[in-house]
Every structure is written in structure tokens, then in C-alpha cells.
Design a binder for this molecule. Sequence first.
Ligand SMILES: Cc1cc2nc3c(=O)[nH]c(=O)nc-3n(C[C@H](O)[C@H](O)[C@H](O)COP(=O)(O)OP(=O)(O)OC[C@H]3O[C@@H](n4cnc5c(N)ncnc54)[C@H](O)[C@@H]3O)c2cc1C
Length: 438
Amino acid sequence: MHRVVIVGGGFGGLNAALALRKAPVEVTVIDRRNFHLFQPLLYQVATGALSPGEIASPIRNILHAQKNTRVLLGEMCGLDANAREVILADGERVGYDSLIVAAGTVDFYFGHDDWKKNAPGLKSIEDATEIRKRILFAFEAAERETDVPTRRAWLTFVLVGGGPTGVELSGALAEIANDTLRHDFRSIDPRDAAIILVEGKGRILETFPEDLSKAAETVLQRKGVKTVASGQVTQITDDGVTVKFKDREEKIAAKTVLWAAGVRASGLGKIVADQTGAQVAKNGSVVVEPDCSIKGHPEIFIVGDLASFTHQGGKPLPGVAQVAIQQGTYAAKTIVKRLKNEPVKPFHYWDKGNLAVIGRLAAVAQIGRFDFHGALAWFIWLFVHILYLVGFENRMVVLMEWAFNYFTHNRSARLITGPTPGLPAPSAEPEPVTYASH
Ligand SMILES: Cc1cc2nc3c(=O)[nH]c(=O)nc-3n(C[C@H](O)[C@H](O)[C@H](O)COP(=O)(O)OP(=O)(O)OC[C@H]3O[C@@H](n4cnc5c(N)ncnc54)[C@H](O)[C@@H]3O)c2cc1C
């Protein structure tokens, strides 16, 4: 039996596996997490609207009925291209006849990895719950803070990066401050929070047409978000952010800084390239042939965010879920066609459109020749996300949560979890405090 190994159970890898369900091949899916994560809704976990389990599904469960497929929990750390073996972190080798690598991206801090501590990015469930904690803790700390400038800093939130993730996060943050928490505090008014979205380029949502960027900016400003364009972040510390403009530098005192400015391809790209002589693009992705395979290695496919595919329009395809889904499915079908000695056409991306949500009843959409924004775009966003969310149960639960949140303005997953500054672990006994009696 032809052995297909798929590394990564994200959009690319999972769709490759699903497309092979009836194929006469033996499929092994390897992922270092035991679940498929629906990244487009991560910001809803980060802002307390959804719980982690609602946007993630165990890969083993998704593929349980697929008899030709097994799932391994493990991390690919090496490749022996001559022996056709994937090497896992614990040294185990998994042999393949065809290999599909779909390992996605990691956060990229433009050479300033030290910023990560003060400005977490949003790539994983852990990132989302960390961001949720930081946002909610900031309001708690402000409630107890008596020093006015420090309280101001606790109520200042800076989001670095004005792409869809930065826009989604800042819009949701504004709704938390203005609606959700409005009546919950006594010493502070959450509506006083300053939410600042900093973008290095000339406008937010740079990949969308200019009229949609403008529309998004107007909605954000109406919600109280300050958008700052053409500002390069040059420093991020415990106390805030330094932003450099053409003619001046500005320091923003803020206790909460969130990173939505950049990602780069997983380090697995370089590992595969070193072994196969493939070219690596500037962002670490692997340059692929028109059939998504590596030059000189037709048996190795790279799909999704890890691939640099430039055979359509000259520029690399964008790092979006649709590209990964379509490339994963294409790679699987190509393997089957080759086994049947059928001709294979080059990969062609069908761009179904671009969506970004800003908040309640507000989104922007570019579908074909049509650009629009407002409630219609929001309903389309809602429909598309429910449609592509993996698992019927998750779809129903998320739909119900959204309906409930819509009518109540509530975000029921507003939990502060994990180690919290100034507080002992939840199960720890209180340490007796010694004090001088008067
Ligand atoms: C916050 C956020 C919001 C987004 N919003 C949108 C959106 O609204 N619309 C849209 O189209 N796209 C969106 N995207 C982009 C979209 O999620 C990606 O383009 C898509 O996930 C890429 O799919 P992939 O299969 O290449 O990688 P991923 O989906 O990232 O999957 C990679 C998988 O590989 C696994 N893996 C990584 N390294 C290894 C290893 N060494 N060994 C084993 N397993 C490994 C990971 O655990 C993961 O399961 C968003 C991304 C983020 C982070």
C-alpha cells in the first residue's frame, strides 16, 4: 500500500487527509497537538466570547471513521529525504512514499524576540488564554490602583499590527470596555480605556481595497479605538511601547500590549529545504513547483502557510485558510492521480474573497468584484465561519453562544486562568502576612 504521511493537522493537513478517505493508500497524520485549531476564531477566545474547546476538535476524533488513516501525536524535527523518512523529536522514524508538510507559521517579532514577553501574539490556544488573562487582569488591577498615571497605564491597551487580527482584537476589546464590563466595576469606568491600534504601513487592513480600510477605521473610531498609521514600533517594555514616526518618536505608557504584526513560516521549512535543496523565501516558507511539490522531489508536497507558491500572478499566495484547504486537497488528489497514471494539472487557487470582522454587525468584505461593509458583510462572515468550523457540535455551540452574546452583550468565558501577577497559584494555601501592630 502507498504510504502517505501528512505533517500538520491544521487547515492544509486535515483537508489533505479528508480528501484521501476513499483512496487506496495508508495515511499517517502527525501533529504535535492532538487537536485541529480553527485559528480565525482565536480572537474570540482571547476576548472571552468563546471557550477554547469550542474552536478546537481532536484530530483523532475528526478522522476516527476514516479506516485508512492513523493519527500520531508527535513533533517532526527532521527529514531523511534519501531514506524517505520523517524523523520525530523522540527519534522515531516514519517512512513515506508521499509526504505532505503543512506545519503553518509562528509569530515573528522582526528580530526582537525579547518583545514576546511583553506583547504576546495570537497563534495558539495558550496565546489566546494568556491574552484573555492580560486583558481582564488589566481591568482588575486598574480597579485597585490608586496612583492615577499607573491606573491610566493599566487602562491603556496597545495592539501592534493593523491587519485583520489587530482589527478584530481592537474591535472586540472596545466592546468589552464599552458594553460587557460597563457596569462591573466601582472605582473605574471601563469606558475610559484607551485602545490604540498601531500600524506600520499607511493604513489599516492594507490587503483590502482603500475604501474598506477607511470604512473599518471609521467603525473602530466610533467604538473609541484610536488608529495610528505609519508608526513603527521600536521598543516594547513592561511600561509600554515606543512608536517612531517620520519626524518624531512617541512613548505610550501601557501595561497591556498585544502583538498582531507578523508571522513567519515554521522552522520546519528550513529543515525540509536543507535536506532537499529547496529554496526558502524571505519569510521562511518553502518555494514550491506548480504542483505544490519541491523541485527534484515530486514525492514531497508543501502546502498552506509553509508554502511559497508564486505560479499564479507572480506574487506568493496569501497566508489564509482557503489557500491551505485548497492546496491540501489538491496535493491529496495529485497523489491519487499519479497512482492511477492520470495527468495532473497545476494547482490553481480559487479566491473566494476576503473578510474581516470589526465587531457587532460590522465587517468588511471583498468578494469578486464587490466590496462592501456593514451588517451584510457581518452576516456573511458569521455564515462562513460557522460553515468552515470543524465539527457539527462545535458549530451548534458557537452559534448558540453568538446568539446569546448578541442579545445580552455578554462574554461568558471571561476567566482569568494561569499564573497571575501578584496572586498565588489557585490551589496554594495563603501565606500568613506579618505586620507590626499599633
Ligand atoms: C489569529 C489568526 C486569525 C486568522 N484569521 C483568518 C481568517 O479570518 N481567515 C483566513 O482565511 N485565515 C485566517 N488566518 C490564517 C489561517 O489560520 C492560516 O492561513 C491557516 O491556518 C494555514 O493553514 P496551515 O495548514 O498551513 O497551518 P495551520 O493551520 O497553522 O496548521 C499547522 C499545524 O501543524 C502543526 N505543526 C507545526 N509544526 C509541527 C511539527 N514540527 N510537527 C508536527 N506538527 C506540527 C501545528 O500543531 C498545526 O496543527 C488566521 C490566523 C491566525 C493566527
